[in-house]
Design a protein around this ligand. Structure first.
Ligand SMILES: CC(C)(COP(=O)(O)OP(=O)(O)OC[C@H]1O[C@@H](n2cnc3c(N)ncnc32)[C@H](O)[C@@H]1OP(=O)(O)O)[C@@H](O)C(=O)NCCC(=O)NCCS
Length: 174
């Protein structure tokens, strides 16, 4: 971890995305082909962690979203408008060469800290993620995210209420 750069916004001209390989072709393709396009169209911002040589080893995409209040858990829906404002962590991937080093967790922690800043400027009730599959759902739950439908093992939509973030960051920092 010590040799990697701090999380920063993707710079399409500087960052090398060509070798990124998370083992999930759809996530790799999105980084290579669509992250710049989404930035230009203001539909998603991409945060990356790169080597000192600017090779991207992890990325997360962020966008504003809204959650249907009638389908939301109580902590998300309570005294909120419909739909409920939220921040979408749309994609997260770490290059296979770098997994298991805490990079994914570090990037999520950075995004959560960003959510606190955004919440102060343009309120968002929760951070929501769409986990890739049931396996990935477990990974998010380990970080403190809750499934929208915990009793349904196939449900891959998760959330963390913004008011929980501080405690989550403290726990991740331990
Ligand atoms: C999931 C992913 C982002 C994790 O990134 P990472 O940098 O390896 O994660 P970290 O190193 O921060 O965390 C690894 C820890 O999670 C644990 N872990 C890994 N997969 C897990 C899972 N499915 N369920 C529970 N824990 C899991 C590891 O055992 C390790 O635990 P430890 O810290 O106690 O040793 C990465 O493997 C990846 O990009 N996978 C392919 C894409 C994907 O699944 N994305 C998920 C988001 S939709």
């Amino acid at each position: 971890m010590t040799d990697l750069q701090r999380p920063e916004l993707l710079d399409a001209a500087r960052h090398d995305r060509s070798r990124f390989d998370s083992g999930e072709p759809a996530l790799d393709e999105w980084l290579r082909r669509y992250s710049g396009q989404n930035r230009r169209r203001n539909t998603a911002a991409t945060w990356v962690i790169a080597t000192p040589e600017d090779r991207v080893v992890a990325y997360a995409s962020l966008a504003m979203t809204a959650v249907d209040r009638s389908a939301a858990p109580r902590t998300v829906a309570r005294q909120a408008p419909d739909p409920v404002p939220a921040l979408l962590l749309g994609r997260l991937a770490v290059d296979r060469e770098f997994v298991g080093l805490g990079i994914g967790t570090a990037l999520v922690a950075y995004v959560l800290a960003t959510a606190v800043e955004l919440n102060a400027k343009a309120a968002c009730r929760a951070v929501v993620v769409a986990a890739l599959d049931a396996h990935a759902r477990t990974w998010w739950e380990r970080l403190g995210f809750h499934a929208f439908h915990p009793d349904d093992p196939t449900d891959t939509d998760l959330y963390l209420v913004t008011s929980e973030i501080e405690a989550t960051l403290r726990r991740l920092g331990d």
